[in-house]
Design a protein around this ligand. Structure first.
Ligand code: FES
Ligand code: FES
Length: 162
């Protein structure tokens, strides 16, 4: 079966790759573009480890075909830090020790970013509900929730000051 040529904007850069018709976006990101931050925990849309943002929407990249990425704007964990400076969410995850093995962390960070971009002042319940699709077997979630709430507060403060 012939490969399809895909062009997408990945973390702000135009990227081109060849993909088999059945290849998932997750596999294309990892194997064709070398962006291995997105993880495959389940491959069935249940764990959130493969979360990416596609045209502003949070997506499980294991459930999306690479061919569907044609012309789309894709943001992955690799695009979160800018010019060597961690995103506030990344910084707060470190400060709150909101990770242990780290396997779920890229997905949690990308999902949290997607939340704060649409809801900069979420309640704790809203954060917990939003991240319910991101499974973590290590942290017990509390530190993650604290980190997201703290990052949201800091980002609001920066926005007010600017
Ligand atoms: Fe995609 Fe688990 S690997 S949701
Ligand atoms: Fe290990 Fe979340 S830190 S699965």
């Amino acid at each position: 079966m012939s490969k399809k040529h895909i062009t997408a904007v990945v973390n702000g850069d135009v990227s081109e790759f060849l993909s088999d018709p059945g290849t998932t976006l997750l596999d294309a990101l990892r194997d064709e573009l070398g962006l291995t931050g997105s993880k495959e925990g389940c491959g069935t849309g249940d764990c959130g480890a493969c979360s990416v943002i596609v045209d502003g929407r949070l997506v499980c990249s294991c459930l999306m075909l690479a061919a569907e990425a044609e012309g789309k704007r894709i943001e992955t964990i690799e695009g979160m830090a800018q010019d060597g400076v961690l995103h506030p969410l990344q910084q707060k995850f470190l400060e709150h020790a909101a990770l242990q093995c780290g396997f779920c962390t890229p997905g949690l960070l990308v999902a949290s970013r997607a939340l704060l971009e649409t809801n900069p002042d979420p309640t704790e319940t809203e954060v917990r509900y939003w991240l319910a699709g991101n499974l973590c077997r290590c942290t017990g979630y509390d530190k993650v929730i604290r980190a997201v709430m703290d990052a949201a507060a800091e980002m609001r403060q920066v926005r007010r000051a600017s």
